[in-house]
Design a protein around this ligand. Structure first.
Ligand code: NCD
Length: 315
């Protein structure tokens, strides 16, 4: 037992062995999910509440499916229609839900740190489904599983994370995880889209795609997060695509067997050429979605185990 945490709030506090434990179980779930009968009652009798204060397609759907495949009772709170709109604070909403005795609370929130704060106020396991620009741990785990299955290992790889780094919790969780597993991570993008503390992150930084993609094993593209920009970050989308959009010519600088990743949702023709995104020989974007369900099943299974161990009931 290596993953002993009560919550999954970020990659930062996890030891490499804990990451490996989650990925190993997720890998077994991938095979199980491909079968026609997928019975695994490890969350039977438990209640999972999904609270998404920000829009989500993939993440919310896969958390819902993951809970249902493991036999949990899953409730999606319609946060747009909730009392938050009437001025209730995040903490009051959380306390109200806590009184309904959920076992797992999956939370996405636009403010960095909001999910950690909430975890201190409730007595169930909390999973961070993305908080502001801070962390998105299950995304980094599903990306890691995708890389591991495509490349046969999760260490000593050259990985380029490209594009809008400064606004991206996906980039942050990924560079922490990939660094912990001893890979070489590079950040590639315009200076305006790099975090201010980039020099302290222990990664190489490139402002030119051709140089940045030279000999990499993995090209991870990020969405241009326009909703987090208040103007001035890029000259124009056309110019951005020309310099930083992943097309065939830029991809040719990576290794000939390099894989292409994107967490979705994609802006085709902005950060990635549609033809590359759909190229089944290079793009693993659909695999990332498949791994998402398996990783979320594994994370919730292990959190439920930790919870039962803490309550003194052995599973
Ligand atoms: C990401 C997110 O919401 O952080 N999407 C996701 O979870 N698949 C990335 C993004 O919105 O660009």
């Amino acid at each position: 037992m290596s993953f002993t945490s009560q919550h999954l709030l970020g990659i930062e506090p996890l030891r490499p062995e804990a990451i490996t434990e989650i990925l190993d179980l997720a890998n077994a779930y991938v095979e199980q999910n491909r079968k026609a009968v997928r019975l695994d009652p490890s969350l039977a009798g438990l209640t999972q509440i999904n609270m998404f204060f920000e829009n989500s397609t993939r993440t919310q759907a896969s958390f819902e499916l993951a809970g249902k495949r493991l036999g949990a009772v899953v409730m999606n709170m319609a946060m747009q229609a909730s009392s938050i709109k009437k001025g209730e604070t995040l903490i009051d909403t959380a306390l109200t839900l806590n009184a309904m005795h959920p076992d797992l609370l999956v939370v996405r929130h636009p403010q960095s740190g909001a999910v950690d704060l909430l975890a201190q106020k409730v007595n169930c396991a909390v999973l961070n489904a993305g908080d502001g620009r801070h962390e998105h741990p299950t995304q980094a785990l599903l990306d890691a599983l995708t890389i591991m299955r495509a490349k046969g290992r999760l260490h000593r790889l050259n990985i380029a994370i490209c594009g809008d780094i400064v606004h991206s919790r996906v980039a942050r969780s990924n560079l922490i995880l990939l660094g912990k597993m001893e890979n070489r991570v590079r950040l590639v993008g315009p200076a305006t889209l790099m975090p201010p503390d980039v020099a302290e992150l222990g990664v190489e930084v490139y402002h030119d795609m051709e140089e940045g993609l030279q000999d990499v094993d993995v090209v991870m593209m990020l969405r241009l997060q326009k909703e987090r920009m208040d103007g001035g970050f890029i000259p124009s989308e056309r110019e951005y695509y020309h310099r930083y959009g992943l097309d065939r010519a830029k991809l040719d600088f990576a290794k000939s067997d390099a894989i292409v990743m994107h967490p979705g949702p994609m802006n085709r023709g902005v950060e990635i050429d549609g033809e590359i995104a759909d190229d089944i020989n290079r793009s693993v974007i659909q695999e990332q979605v498949e791994m998402g369900v398996a990783v979320r099943m594994a994370a919730m299974h292990l959190l439920a185990r930790n919870m039962k161990n803490q309550r003194g009931v052995m599973v």
